[in-house]
Design a protein around this ligand. Structure first.
Ligand code: 4NP
Length: 158
């Protein structure tokens, strides 16, 4: 489960990149992704048109409707990846000290160029910001899938 604030820019893009890569590796029957926002600002809305356009330019189709992260998700998913530390903190507030199924981390802990960084909110910026977000997520998610394959003993047939 990929998580940002609005669930219309960063996290639906992360979900789409993940699904795109997993399909290309023939792993779409074993690895699944979803996305949600920590806010309720854009529930039911399609992704931001700038995100959709930029992703298409990079060969990725984004198809999602905004939803808010809920307590239920914390036990439904194996992993929850936050885009930035603010959203990471919001997820921890939802956890509220309970034991849950999901492991929680920042998605850029997998970024080979800048591990531990954040995916900045592109909402109020220009086109360039959307491409930078795409590239950060592309790098991070490639490594994330390597990790999931290794960690879960998934046979890739390659
Ligand atoms: P996201 O971007 O968290 O990457 O989906 C945002 C989208 C909307 C708002 C903020 C961030 N907003 O304030 O409406």
């Amino acid at each position: 489960m990929f998580v940002c604030l609005g669930n219309i820019c960063r996290s639906p893009l992360a979900e789409a990149i993940f699904k795109h890569k997993v399909k290309n590796r023939g792993l779409d029957d074993v690895l699944w992704a979803d996305s949600a926002g920590t806010s309720d600002y854009h529930i039911g809305e399609p992704p931001d048109s700038r995100t959709v356009r930029n992703a298409l330019k990079n060969g990725v189709t984004v198809d999602h409707r905004g939803q808010q992260l809920t307590v239920k998700h914390l036990d439904e998913y194996d992993y929850i990846f936050a885009m930035d530390s603010q959203n990471h903190a919001s997820i921890q507030r939802l956890v509220n000290g309970r034991r849950i199924r999901a492991k929680i981390d920042l998605i850029r802990s997998f970024d080979p160029l800048s591990p531990g960084g954040e995916v900045p909110d592109p909402y109020y910026g220009g086109e360039r910001g959307f491409q930078e977000v795409f590239e950060m997520l592309d790098r991070s998610i490639e490594k994330l899938i390597d990790y999931l394959v290794e960690e879960n003993g998934i046979r890739t047939g390659t």
